[in-house]
Design a protein around this ligand. Sequence first.
Ligand code: UD1
Length: 428
Amino acid sequence: MDSIAITGGTRLNGEIPISGAKNSAIKLMVASLLTEEPLRLTNMPRLRDTRFLGQLLQHLGTNITESDGPDGPESVLHTRTIRSHFATYDLVRQMRASFNVLGPLVARNGQAKVSLPGGCAIGGRPVDLHLKAIEALGVTIDLHEGYVYAQAPRGLKGADIEFPIVSVGATEHAMLAAVLAKGVTRLGNAACEPEIEDLADCLNAMGAQVEGAGTPVITITGVKKLHGASHAVITDRIEAGTYAVAAAMAGGEVRLTNTRADLMEALLVKLEEAGVGVTRLNDGVVIKRNGARLKAVNIDTAPYPGFATDLQAQFMTLMTLAEGESVIRETIFENRFMHAAELARLGADITVSGSEARVRGVDHLEGAPVMATDLRASVGLVIAGLVATGETTVSRVYHLDRGFERLEDKLNACGAEVRRIHGDGIDE
Ligand code: UD1
């Protein structure tokens, strides 16, 4: 298993190009199951999660061609016919978002057998809302031996679906199924994340009729068939936010390009409150800090446009060195503070109580071996390593490879000293 070693103490100066959003790309890839024509996705991130989903889609009948075109990395996904409607436990448990193939499979093919994803490191993460939405669309759902058997031999029917809580995955899943349903579907209390709008834009380019994405009410008028399209994946606001925090932590001046400041306003405002310089540009943002100590600020994670839960671990890391006490409340996921114990190994002073963490700033962190527990937590530890004295080694970085493209290269281009140690112990 690979690990990452960081020699702390260098400032970050330079430019970091932001990739396409992982969380969007994996839903857009799934959309290719809805048409027999090719779907071309540009600005594609090349990640463990996209590779992994690619394998599942190939198993279901999708032909995938990857290349580096004039618009950057692109993938063409072509599902002439659905070859299999069966997604095994082995395929789904490794990446929860694979579960989202269920809706498109049953919408196009009339049936699907997809494994329940099971728990994951950041909490129970059930799929009850997904199943209720798919059922409301006229699909018969049976659960046996860990599998969901979905059937709709006569096709899906539009429905009025009011979500009891905001769920990104369930909103997207319902959209992916309802586009081919007969009649109109209304999704109430829908998630408003930018990735939902991105999915709607792509589906509309494929001939769907989706309105209101990005607001809490989405209306979908079903169509008989979708066609091929070309779509650019939206910028990864979580990757951008992560590098913004890294620059704030290490000090220096970093320009994040190929991204949008408006998608990470909640973070930028908090960075400014903490004393970090933020300049919003047309195609990105500049983050600047010149040595002055950061001030502690509080955050509550919330659905978009609130503070993203996927940036909580990174922000907690930043607060370990701020002056004063910061209160961090996690309102989206249970059990999403596992990084606190790892940060404590580097000298951070954090007390966790239920969904609240109190971070009292210390004057320095010391390098140590630490372990990545989930995707976003692992990058928080890398950020800590950028300022810790000596060397920090983060093990189990396969978590990190799920969602961060060429992390070492991007940081090193700005002066960081980050190197990958392969499972066989060889440095790269
Ligand atoms: C997505 C993102 C993830 C991000 C999260 C919240 C992807 C691949 N992942 O995850 O990075 O952290 O949004 O912004 O896009 N819930 C239920 N029942 C359900 C579904 C969800 O109770 O059927 C609960 C979850 O346990 C959680 C809350 O709803 O407490 C929100 O989860 P959700 O928005 O669905 O997150 P994901 O789509 O899994």
